[in-house]
Design a binder for this molecule. Structure first.
Ligand code: NOJ
Length: 555
């Protein structure tokens, strides 16, 4: 009998692979929509805007932290991982959001912040109140300071936002914080810490979330055995893979294997994506099916807007994702970087920190060009196999707000760097939903970060139904992508001009981007999407088109 052999393998259970080629929209909740006029975005505000997201055509929302927080780091200092910040809403309102998203066919991914807590977390407060060497202090990383009375930090390490990575607690002990002092690092060697995080994951998975974005996924497990290295030794460039004391240690994957078991105990299994700033060849470990399943690829954040860079990033990442048994991710903007409409508006090689410090005046950004290139890059990544992560407001073509006054800045980077780095507030300014109103439709009062006057022209209602607007372009692109999305395959089109990158997807769909400034002959095929105006015979510079039919390199 050959019946069994001839029976085709059952298709993957419905709903289990949606994440592989999803469009995921990041919401930074305090800046998305404010329902009660207190200046801070909230869950009811977001729920009311679900129709916007559904109309845009996204598959999922990634919600940045909405947990109780003192906002020492925009919510990434979490005081209670299993609750909602009262300024943002309630657990019931969270459930309403899940229902509204699911009702609209949109999945929800929540942010999990497992490297550190807030210093207001009850366990950290208990640690401060307890004696050195106590079980309470064992949940975090406490060490005795150097010097006779422990008056010097245990090491000379610096924190990501600037300043020392250790904070004294007054009894000769210091605690480690890789980020702000208000963000003490957990001790992942402690079983209680591991158990508590499993509880957190179950808590949200039970409430119906579809997946998790794992913050600083590469830093949880550390080797803090004595003697601790100096900052210079810690950062030695020639360390073998996995040998860094603080980052990307192999043991961290034991944690994720355990998490994967938990995720897979749900039906459908919960997804996860790692924020792991590791060399590209180490990403596979985070993205493997036994691990988190997917990992962010941030390579395009660092690539210039040119054909060779984009093509190299795509080739590398498709190969690496395939090796990991995962799909690649594509990111052009998020809440930590200068918005891509501004990055591409600056001359190649511009120091973005210095540009922000100058208030966005040196050099002057070419906004029109930035937006033209941003749309071309967006159309390019949306045509690739894999998942694309969009950041709120990019569908409006928002540039960075580079001239926020010093007194308005909230990012700890500004203070901790002694005013030498302005930080990330410029991409976190609350969204303009309407041209008018006290905060351009964000809420009924002023927004928690000041919005510029030019927001009016970019507001969602000003772009609604406008042919050629960025909002309508995103809608068309996502709708067309949904229609054309096929197997995770790509075939490069050869013989294109040097500034042009073109690739075919299964089903007769071709994406062509002219990264140069000189128009090139329009390839054959029917144009189903263009990132900007195109003629019959010429593909203008800094423009992407999607073509159907027998598309080729030139007419
Ligand atoms: C990465 C987050 O994206 C960033 O916003 C945050 O400041 C750090 N992790 C620390 O949690």
């Amino acid at each position: 009998m050959t019946d069994l052999l001839e029976t085709p393998a059952p298709p993957a259970a419905p709903g289990t692979t949606w994440w592989r080629q999803a469009v995921v929209y990041q919401v930074y909740p305090r800046s998305f929509a404010d329902s009660n006029g207190d200046g801070t975005g909230d869950l009811p505000g977001l729920t009311a805007r679900v129709p916007h997201l559904a109309r845009l055509g996204v598959d999922a929302v990634w919600l940045s932290p909405f947990y109780p927080s003192e906002l020492a780091d925009g919510g990434y200092d979490v005081a209670d991982h299993r609750d909602v910040d009262p300024r943002i809403g309630t657990l019931e309102q969270f459930d309403e959001l899940v229902a509204a998203l699911h009702g609209a066919g949109v999945k929800l991914i929540v942010d999990v912040v497992p490297n550190h807590s807030s210093d207001r977390h009850p366990w950290f407060q208990q640690a401060l109140a307890a004696a050195p060497g106590s079980p309470e202090r064992e949940r975090y990383v406490f060490r005795r300071g150097r010097g006779e009375r422990g008056e010097l930090p245990p090491t000379d390490w610096t924190a990501a936002f600037g300043g020392p990575a250790w904070e004294p607690v007054g009894d000769g002990q210091w605690y480690l914080h890789l980020f702000a002092p208000e963000q003490p690092d957990w001790n992942w060697a402690n079983p209680e810490v591991r158990e508590d995080h499993l509880r957190t994951l179950r808590f949200w998975a039970d409430r119906g979330v579809d997946g998790f974005r794992i913050d600083v996924a590469h830093a949880l497990v550390k080797d803090l055995s004595e003697p601790l290295p100096s900052a210079a030794d810690l950062a030695a460039g020639d360390l073998p893979d996995g040998a860094h004391r603080l980052f990307d240690r192999d043991e961290v994957h034991e944690v994720y294997r355990e998490w994967r078991e938990l995720f897979d105990s749900y039906d459908p299994p919960r997804t996860a994506v790692a924020e792991a700033w590791v060399p590209a060849h180490r990403r596979a470990r985070y993205a493997s099916p036994e691990g988190l399943g997917q990992a962010f690829n941030f390579d395009l954040l660092q690539a210039g807007f040119d054909a060779a860079s984009f093509r190299a990033v795509v080739e590398d990442n498709l190969r690496l994702a395939a090796q990991a048994g995962s799909s690649s991710t594509w990111v052009l903007s998020n809440h930590d970087v200068v918005r891509h409409a501004s990055r591409y508006a600056l001359p190649a090689g511009t120091d973005e920190e210095a540009w922000l410090l100058s208030g966005g005046t040196e050099p002057v950004a070419d906004r029109e060009r930035g937006l033209r290139r941003a749309r071309a890059a967006t159309a390019f990544v949306l045509a690739l196999p894999g998942s694309t992560y969009l950041y709120q407001g990019e569908e409006l073509g928002l540039p960075e707000v580079a001239d926020l006054p010093a007194e308005a800045l909230q990012d700890p980077t500004w203070r901790r760097s002694g005013g030498t780095r302005k930080g990330r507030d410029g991409c976190r300014v609350p969204l303009p939903w309407s041209a008018g109103g006290p905060s351009h439709g964000f809420g009924d009062g002023p927004a928690h970060l000041p919005q510029p006057g030019w927001y009016a022209a970019l507001a969602a209602d000003a772009q609604e139904g406008e042919a050629g607007s960025t909002l309508e372009f995103y809608r068309r692109a996502l709708a067309q992508r949904a229609r054309s999305q096929t197997a995770e395959e790509l075939e490069w089109v050869t013989g294109t001009p040097a500034d042009v990158v073109a690739f075919r997807r299964p089903g007769g769909w071709t994406c062509v981007t002219n990264f140069g400034t000189t128009p090139v002959p329009m390839p054959t095929g029917r144009v189903v999407l263009s990132s900007g105006p195109v003629g019959e015979t010429l593909l203008p510079g800094e423009t992407t088109v999607w073509l159907e039919g027998e598309a080729g390199a030139g007419r």
